[in-house]
Design a protein around this ligand. Structure first.
Ligand SMILES: [Zn+2]
Length: 496
């Protein structure tokens, strides 16, 4: 059939499949017995014959078999039927256009193509060849058939791990195909991660462009890079990033074996958003923003939540929350944590409309504990003006366990602070409170009252290497044994 010059092909084509091509032609009324036999035989032939793709110029994408598991796409539009395999390739990158593969064949088949067929080389002079699948170079012999079979079986055996993974990924409900494909590409090592690119092109640096601390290998990119760690820190999955193996397949096993279907959905979207965020840094030189990534993940999951309410983690998590918070004044717990190497963490929890919003920051060169406390309060006030977006007339109470700091801000005295390094933070805090027309007040409370913020600050102090801000969710708090409701032993008036 490939030999278009043969006259009988022309005759057959004109008579039986003028539009559809050999593989797409169907039995129509009035066709001969011979042709019916050919159509019947074609079904068997389809299993045996396949286009081998080189430059993608000859093979039609939806009307001719060219990958394992190819099926006639009976619903394909006329325009789609005209598509050659080369039309499924991005001419800029010479990579498969995944959106097109999914659109034409569905996610399952798209994966099959991505994992088994190399994208055609558009510049190649080598034409696609119709091959007898079971034999090398289209010639059949018993020996070669046997060798082919053994090769196939061996290749299947080495791919068992990946097949198990793929089974897990492909059966995920509530995850869109492009994200499934992305996960698959991650596992088979075809994502353009710096270290992978460096192996092929020496001129490309293997270094992670986000942190410039170490090479960007898969697990660094998704788990170990400080920005990624910050994202996982905010995730309801409670992933212990530092315990993960270095190998991505092993790490994937390690994580997914403990996750249920709902956890897998969150995991999948977190990975996807991490990758998008990372690409924005690498390609558009944007700043990596863990808060934005968390928001994006939540948007995915909330959408799923709405379409399928009984199937998400979020619905479970929210049942755990029981906040009784005053409507007329938000309570904010603030604390800092400092060690003698100058590493510090600051954090706050604000109870707003029944939800605890938690932020944690880490810092490097904090001179002393007071400097840290002052910075913690300053960060909290800044957040009220930015991330938290408190309404203009909202009254907010900032609770700190540092009496000197509370007094200094109350009395607007910055001359006798125990640390001169803290002066700018205290000064700016006073100014910002003034700008808010004194709707923000500062309150001195005992240490236990700010415990949630203290735990977060401790966590933020450890490990991270760049200054990052982290949004912590209620699920994480609950998992750490921190009450997610405002403790009424310390805030008895909060119910009014
Ligand atoms: Zn990095």
């Amino acid at each position: 059939m490939e030999r278009q010059d043969k006259i009988w092909v022309d005759i057959c084509k004109a008579k039986y499949f003028p539009r559809a091509g050999f593989w797409g032609a169907t039995n129509t009324r009035g066709t001969s017995q011979l042709w019916r036999e050919v159509v019947k035989f074609r079904g068997e032939l389809k299993e045996e014959v396949c286009w081998q793709i080189w430059n993608g110029q000859k093979a039609y994408a939806v009307s001719q078999p060219w990958f394992q598991g190819w099926q006639t796409q009976s619903g394909a539009s006329t325009a789609d039927k005209k598509l050659k395999v080369r039309d499924l390739v991005d001419t800029q990158t010479n990579q498969w256009r995944e959106d097109q593969l999914v659109r034409l064949f569905g996610p399952q088949e798209a994966i099959q193509i991505l994992s088994t067929v190399r994208a055609p080389d558009l510049n190649s002079n080598l034409d696609d060849a119709l091959i007898w699948k079971r034999v090398k170079e289209g010639r059949y012999s018993v020996k070669e058939g046997y060798e082919w079979r053994m090769k196939l079986e061996n290749s299947l055996r080495t791919d068992t791990v990946n097949e198990t993974h793929w089974l897990r990924i492909s059966t995920l409900k509530n995850v869109v195909p492009k994200v499934k494909i992305f996960l698959w590409r991650l596992l088979v090592g075809t994502l353009p991660i710096a270290q992978n690119l460096h192996k092929r092109i020496r001129a490309i640096s293997p270094m992670c462009q986000r942190c410039t601390i170490e090479n960007e290998f898969e697990c660094h990119c998704f788990f170990f890079c400080p920005g990624s760690r910050a994202v996982w820190f905010t995730s309801p999955l409670m992933l212990r990033v530092h315990e993960l193996p270095l190998n991505i397949t092993q790490a994937f096993n390690h994580i997914t074996q403990t996750l249920d279907q709902q956890g897998m959905v969150i995991f999948s979207y977190t990975m996807w958003e991490l990758w998008k965020g990372r690409n924005e840094v690498v390609m558009q030189h944007k700043t990596f923003n863990p808060i934005q990534i968390r928001k994006n993940v939540m948007a995915w999951i909330t959408d799923e939540h709405q379409s399928n309410p009984q199937h998400t983690v979020i619905s479970q998590r929210e049942e755990q929350q029981q906040y009784e918070v005053s409507n007329d004044e938000w309570q904010m717990l603030v604390d800092g944590s400092w060690d003698s190497t100058g590493k510090a963490g600051t954090a706050f929890v604000v109870y707003k409309e029944g939800i605890a919003h938690c932020f944690a920051y880490n810092h490097h060169q904090m001179s002393d504990p007071f400097h840290t406390e002052a910075t913690a309060v300053h960060e909290a006030i800044k957040a009220l003006c930015n991330e938290i977006r408190s309404p203009h007339d909202q009254r907010i109470c900032i609770n700190t366990d540092c009496q000197i700091l509370a007094n200094a801000i109350l009395k607007e005295e910055i001359d006798n602070l125990p640390s001169w390094k803290a002066i700018p933070a205290v000064h700016q805090s006073i100014q910002m409170i003034k700008q808010k027309e004194n709707r923000i007040r500062i309150n001195y409370v005992c240490r236990e009252a700010v415990r949630p913020a203290h735990v977060l600050a401790n966590f933020a102090r450890g490990g991270m290497t760049a200054t990052t801000v982290t949004v912590v969710n209620q699920g994480t708090l609950a998992a750490w044994g921190i009450s997610t409701a405002l403790d009424r032993n310390f805030f008895p008036d909060s119910e009014n």
